[in-house]
Design a protein around this ligand. Sequence first.
Ligand code: FUL
Length: 612
Amino acid sequence: MKKHLIPLILASLALPSLAKTPPPAPCGAVPTSQQVDWLRMEWYAFVHFGLNTYTGREWGYGDESPELFNPSEFDANAIAKTFREAGMSGMIYTAKHHDGWCAWPTTSTKHSIKKSPWKKGKGDVVKEFAKACKNNGIKFGVYISPWDRNCADYGKKGYLRVYYKQIQELLTMYGPVFEIWFDGANGGDGYYGGARERRSIGNDASLYYDFPKIVKNIRKMQPDCIIWGAGRHGDVIWGGSEKGHVKYPCWNVINKDTPQERWISLEGDTPINRAGWFWHANQAPKVKSPEHLMQVYLDSVGRGANLILNLAPDKTGRLDKADVESLLTFGQMRRRLLAKDYALGAVATASSVRGNDATYGADKLTDGDIESYWCTNDGEKTGSVEIKLPSPVTFDVVRVREQIRLGQRVTAFSIEAYINGAWQEIDGAGQTIGHQVLRKLNETVTTDRVRLNIKDSRACPCISELSLLLMPQAGSEATQEYVFAYNAEKQNWHISPAAAAAAFDNKAETHWQGAINEEIVVDMKKVSKISSFSYLPRQDGSLQNMTDSYEIGTSVDGKNWTTLSGEFSNLRANPIELTVELPHPTEARYFRFRPTRAIEGNGASVAEINVK
Ligand code: FUL
């Protein structure tokens, strides 16, 4: 019998062995034991490393030469060790990104590492990472892009054989894979074996790839592997933004409150560096600060989801120093946050205990055991627990956990503290709990009495832990959201049309709004050598008229132009500043920028353009 097919039996694992009163029936969908184990992993690394590392692109077109991949210092063990030191529980490697190049010696395509000079074509990055993870005691997972801009058969039936083969190789050649990632980006322009055209697979990617079949096969090959995406046929879905945050309230179920309700958890994903998922030249100033990472952690793991944080090796194969520094500092902050639970062992009393049975007593909240839980009688959807400490403690984060093996139940809760002789609400906005919530308070609280109020629940609440934690002091301020890759001296430039000045004002929050194909022409007033452009898309959260394809021209005299065109990749999910390297440094006094396509709508927009 397959483990993931018997959630009811799993739920019964939560049945306390000596209980006189039976536990409550599961409420709605319950997670498989694999999903529970996965949620306990909390956070792990993403590693984007492939041909894009060498081209500076976020999405390869599919025509890049495999010859580009030749890291001189790649050391998978050093990378896995860094992740372990940071406290991460695993890593997922982009074995194949949208450009179709395979980082293992696959038999499915010629577009692979076999054609790369690294280790004379005998290298295997997947193998090295899998081994390094094992040696360092962290789990290994793979990302394998369904979209393949290299394969001539992409969009046709033939590609599916290639793709299924690739999945099979990754899941049978490298030992246990804890998570397999099926990116949602699909179809569009590409090389496609030389056709250089736009291909679409229709609105429902599941129909083309046949995700139900893929999921079935994965269960056979690796029953414990968590499946990300796969058109919601898997175990986990995207958190909804590439900033790493998941929305709150955070339900780990889809089709909630219907007979089709199914447990699917969320994963927040984000790169540690604002430059993008792959490594980019001079990205150090764009690293997110440890304090910023802590906020992302609170907004993902602290909402009952997991966090996957990307670190991109550079052209040599090493992690970027600034990225590692921030990662390790955040890792220490997280360790210190979780190191001491001030509520542990506290005396606890509840408004009501299921069947007056000590098995479900209030003290289960403070016993440090994630499986035991306090629970009320069937039909009692509200209730409270007060904890009393021997002496006052100071905290500013409250962690609450539900016994999710019995389903996700709570919909509203609040926390109170007894301060100066009266109960005061210190958090009145709690909604869902799930595996865990980390509720950061506005200020520190010192008290010896805390109360958790369950204000509403889908069924009698089953709470396994209430912890009081203290956030370590931040070393520096959270970094500002936008740091430009570089700043050109723009004050003397003549910009036409004049309204386009908003794209040259050094302000990320303003943008020029124009039409597709409407040209912005800039006279920089003197001739200089230009080697790259950077483009920041509108930052107000709207995709309307967001330019994602361009033509750029440079000129010495304003009459004769050299032009270059291309796409700005992945802006729908991650609207960050992207740079365009010119083929070689070029003398120019004038440049022009022509938006040629928008993600949505018929207009164009630009928040900022810089040249270097
Ligand atoms: C996205 C991709 O298109 C990005 O390139 C990146 O791999 C990210 C994790 O997922 O959808």
